[in-house]
Design a protein around this ligand. Sequence first.
Ligand code: FES
Length: 260
Amino acid sequence: MNKIVDKEYFSENVVKFEVEAPLIAKSRKAGHFVIVRVGEKGERIPLTIAASDLNKGTITIVIQAVGASSKKICELNVDDYITDIVGPLGQATHIENYGTVICAGGGVGIAPMLPIIEAMKRAGNKVISVLAARTKDLVILEKQVAEYSDEVIVMTDDGSYGHKGLITNGVEMVINREKVDLCVTIGPAIMMKFVSLLTQKYNIPTMASLNTIMVDGTGMCGACRVSVGGKTKFVCVDGPEFNAHEVDFDEMLMRLRAYS
Ligand code: FES
C-alpha cells in the first residue's frame, strides 16, 4: 500500500499525485515507469515516473482519467492509499551529450518527458522543449520544463496559448532554424508517428517512448508487444524507448484500440 501525500489537478481530467514509495524513489532513473493498481481487481496501469523526492521517499506520477480504473485512481485523495505500485520498470533513457536535443511532448506525455529534459540538460545538451496540447488548459508542467530547457515552444491546436498548430509545426520550426542532433518524443501514438515521419525526412535520430497496453510489466504476457525494425519487442522490458524510425506505429495504433 502506497500513501498519497499530495494531489494536484492539472486540468479536469489530468491529476498529479505524489505517492510514498521510498525504494522506487531511490532507484529510479529517467525513462523508468511503474505499474499502478487500485483495488484487488483493478486494471494495471503503466505510468512513467515524472519526478522523485529522495528526502521524502516519494515519487510523482501524472494520470489522465480515460477509463474506469484511471478514473478510480483520479478520485483518490491525500491520505488515501494506492493498492500497489510495481517498479521501477523498463530501461532507463540513454543519456549523453548529443548536442542539441528537441524534447517534443504532447498532452500528458509532457510528464514523462520532464525527467528526460532534466537529465539531458544535466548532461550538457542544449534542450529545446516543444510542448503541445489541444488547448491552453491542457498544457502541463510548463514552468518545471522551462527550468531545464534552453527554450520552450508551446503549440496549441486552437491557438489559445503559444503558437497555433501541431507539435510537428513546432519541431519543424526548430529544424529549419538550427542543426538538431536528437529528437525525443512522448505523447499519443498518433502524435509520435507524425513526429517520427517528420524527423525521418530530415534524418534526425529520434527516440519515442511508447505507451502500449500493459499487464504484468515483466515481459511475460505479451500485451505490450510492438514491432521495431521488423522484430517483436516488449515495451515493458525492452523499452519503453525505441528508435522511432523503426517503430511500426500503425500496428501499435491498431493494438491500442484492442479495448474499444
Ligand atoms: Fe506483459 Fe510487457 S506488459 S509482456
